[in-house]
Design a protein around this ligand. Structure first.
Ligand code: ZN
Length: 187
């Protein structure tokens, strides 16, 4: 899917455009490395999170499932600079659960694309809703955006928090507050 040759060409152009010498020793292999790196950090385009989530187990009791502190690294689509942090997910099943590691895989697939955090939060919630059809799902993303910390407003350490709620979490404030507290406590 990813055209490594084009990425290498673009990297070479950027190196040249900032006034560097693409032929100097330290930079010779850089376009190559960037090409291979993009293959990895943009791998999410070739994967469907719904496939990952489709291995489900039936349960008798619909006890809430909470998965906290899923580390992710993504790239903001406005500056193509990294934003990174933690994803926290809670859902109340309706007879079906998914393997815990699949939630982390789902986060990773959406992270490995050009993203905005708000959109990514909603995509994760929607994928879980679509595949598992739980009673409700709550997704919280906390991330540092290097486009804000290494350039622009330069506020190191500041975090952006986004929340997506679906199902019962959309209209039960008490329930939502209880789970928001659980998801973000200590992080
Ligand atoms: Zn940005």
């Amino acid at each position: 899917m990813i055209d490594q040759e084009k990425i290498k060409e673009a990297a070479r152009l950027i190196i040249d455009a900032i006034g560097e010498d693409p032929e100097r020793e330290g930079l010779l292999a850089t376009p190559d490395r960037i090409g291979r790196m993009y293959e990895e950090i943009m791998a999410g385009y070739d994967q469907n999170p719904k496939d990952v989530l489709s291995t489900v187990f039936t349960v008798e009791e619909n006890n809430p499932v909470v998965e906290k502190d899923i580390t992710f690294y993504s790239m903001c689509e406005h500056h193509m600079l990294p934003f990174f942090g933690k994803a926290h997910i809670a859902y109340i099943p309706d007879g079906k659960v998914v393997g815990i590691s699949k939630l982390a895989r789902c986060v990773e697939i959406y992270a490995r694309r050009l993203q905005i955090q708000e959109h990514m939060t909603g995509q994760i919630a929607d994928a879980i809703m679509d595949v598992l059809a739980p009673k409700g799902v709550l997704v919280v993303l906390e991330a540092e955006h290097t486009c804000m910390t290494m350039r622009g407003v330069k506020k190191p350490g500041s975090k952006t928090v986004t929340v997506a709620s679906r199902g019962v979490f959309e209209n039960d404030d008490v329930l939502t507050d209880r789970f928001l507290n659980l998801l973000t406590k200590g992080s």
